[in-house]
Design a protein around this ligand. Sequence first.
Ligand code: NAD
Length: 268
Amino acid sequence: MVQLDGAVALVTGGSSGIGAAMVRALAARGTRLVVADLDSERGEAVAKEVDGVFIRVDVRELEQNRAAVELAESTYGRLDVVHLNAGLGTGGMSAGDGFDPELYRRLMGVNLDGVVYGVHAALPALRRAGGGAILATSSLSGLTAFAGDPLYAASKAAVVGLVRSLAEPLAVDGVTITALCPGFTDTALVAPMAQAFRDAGFPLMTAEEVAAAGLAAIDAGGTGEAWLVQPGRQAEPYRFRGVPGAAKPDGEHHVPPPTVMGWQEGPE
Ligand SMILES: NC(=O)c1ccc[n+]([C@@H]2O[C@H](COP(=O)([O-])OP(=O)(O)OC[C@H]3O[C@@H](n4cnc5c(N)ncnc54)[C@H](O)[C@@H]3O)[C@@H](O)[C@H]2O)c1
């Protein structure tokens, strides 16, 4: 399990919202920070606040993810924690009328490629550190239907699937991976809808509350989990029901898959 005091962390999308709150929360626990984001002005300011370093990164580019990891190692000598958090929504684009292929590619590039590339770029450094923790910001919409932004929901569900499936292969290197699944949080991402939430009396979470849940998930030391973060509730791993096992014509149930397949089954 990673001890945050004295550890080194990289946070993508660290210039604002949940990422910036995570940077501050990690710094308060004694972690040294690399802040990575497209937004240099705000990112430089956040990094300065915590005596960390900033790098302008487009998470859609593998080489830029690698550069952020290299900066962590060249500045601090190691990398222990990676929060792959950069993300965006489409503002409600559907797959039918109004579908914009370019916006779709951008969405998947940031929300999914950004996590895959972030894991790939960080793994060698995490191995050199003797293990580490990866946190990927998914969303409540990665766990349930979200008609308000279906393609965003698809990108976030993909992150949950990736995290659950990568847990076992990464465990060999002592690396944990967790999806953070917050509900609606008061950041720039939901700013256009914030008033509607207030008018409806719906409690938006603060970015600080979500960051605290992210730290709790890292401290818990689990892997392959999707931590559900909802207003007024204790953050905890979402309990997936599990898929029913294969059944044979003779009625035998729970025929286990060959271990090489590495999938999980649950009770029917
Ligand atoms: N706010 C919510 O209600 C909510 C709920 C669930 C999940 N999330 C997720 O939380 C994460 C953080 O979002 P937020 O709410 O703090 O919004 P935000 O807009 O405040 O922060 C997102 C950050 O990502 C950065 N970013 C965007 N594209 C990038 C790219 N290509 N490369 C590098 N950085 C890039 C932005 O510059 C920004 O700093 C996102 O993944 C988002 O999908 C947010």
